[in-house]
Design a protein around this ligand. Structure first.
Ligand code: AMP
Ligand code: MG
Length: 344
């Protein structure tokens, strides 16, 4: 009975799939997708000759972003990061190669910046809640301040284990994970032979190729822009870019104004004080990959104009634009606007 009945439905199905193929022809063009992941807007844009394939590639990128978030978010109790924060002070805990690689990179930037970049900022940082306008009180901050110290992290690279030498230590990868994620997204595009595209997660973008014959125009936001402004009006500086990564750290991303002091309490923490870094309001770093530009933008923000520029100028292949708290713009050597002979 089954045999007779299944013959016709199978043919119908074939006919249907033929119809679908004709209904969705392979359109060459730009394709775009945006989702909220990692507590921020994640987007991918690409040029592709085939609409169906473009959709599939963008879905793959989003799935990768969700996977990274599920593993590295400090706000998800089941994430690998949360598990490490709960257990790594008791004994060395085995961690994935991926987490070990990211912590390794973070420690490298800590060394290079004399601790300005330090994922143990979270030992105090976990007490900030910008949406609820909460911050640690003076006593809490003082009691935890010396638990901000990357030397308290013991990473065994061969065994892939992590150990915290102090029970007060917590780590947070918010200053590096998005840059890592956009690189992973770009790798997916490249694997599918995409030549023109961008992957963006909050302030971190990875740009593949050019925009088919012209550069991508990336705007660095006016730190104190108006909400209703057009994208062009919201930009302090427009940069024509191709084949690069750019990461921006700004004090306007996550913050509240402390009513008692009138101070802006924002998400980039100076490890020396356990409080928001001061002196600059926005830093954008350009370089070959987000896994470097993301931690570097946070690092330069903490270091400030002078030390920040000096660090970037010592790193071949990297450049930066810093807007200080007086609104002045500073460029690294590779970007500095050319000086006319009579201005010298
Ligand atoms: P970004 O927007 O890339 O500058 O990253 C800011 C995020 O980095 C914050 O939300 C924190 O999760 C994390 N962070 C803040 N201060 C530091 C610091 N001093 N070192 C490393 N990560 C930090
Ligand atoms: Mg950053």
């Amino acid at each position: 009975m089954g045999g007779r009945l299944t013959v016709y439905p199978v043919r119908w199905r074939h006919l249907l799939s033929l119809l679908i193929v004709f209904a969705l022809p392979a359109f060459a063009g730009w394709y775009e997708k945006e989702e909220t992941i990692m507590g921020t807007s994640v987007s991918v844009k690409l040029w592709h000759p085939d609409a169906n394939k473009a959709e599939q590639i963008m879905a793959d990128v989003m799935a990768e972003m969700r996977r990274i978030d599920a593993s590295l978010s400090p706000f998800i109790e089941t994430s690998e990061l949360s598990r490490v924060n709960r257990t790594a002070a008791r004994a060395p805990v085995p961690v994935s190669r991926e987490l070990a690689t990211i912590v390794d990179k973070a420690l490298w930037f800590s060394e290079r910046s004399q601790g300005a970049f330090d994922i143990t900022f979270a030992s105090v940082g976990h007490l900030y809640d910008y949406r609820k306008q909460q911050q640690p009180d003076e006593q809490q901050r003082q009691a935890l301040l010396d638990a901000i110290d990357y030397h308290l992290i013991e990473l065994d690279r061969d065994k892939s284990t992590l150990f915290f030498k102090d029970p007060r230590v917590q780590i947070d990868l918010g200053g590096i994970a998005k840059g890592y994620a956009v690189d992973r997204g770009a790798a997916i595009l490249r694997r599918h032979s995409v030549e023109h595209g961008t992957v963006n997660a909050g302030g971190d973008s990875r740009i593949l190729g050019d925009k088919r014959g012209e550069p991508w125009i990336i705007g660095i936001k006016k730190p104190r822009g108006q909400r209703g402004d057009s994208p062009r009006d919201q930009a302090a500086i427009m940069l024509p870019l191709s084949d690069t990564a750019i990461s921006t750290s700004g004090d306007y991303e996550r913050y509240f104004i402390d009513t008692a002091s009138g101070r802006r309490v924002h998400h980039i923490i100076n490890p020396d004080t356990g409080q928001s870094a001061t002196g600059v309001v926005s830093v954008s770093v350009l370089g070959p990959g987000g896994f470097d530009t993301d931690p570097l933008s946070t690092t330069v923000f903490v270091l400030g104009v002078e030390q920040g520029l000096s660090l970037i100028n010592r790193l071949p292949g990297f450049d930066c634009v810093i807007i200080d708290s007086r609104g002045q713009v500073h460029y690294s050597d590779g970007l500095a606007p050319p000086v006319k002979p009579d201005q010298k």
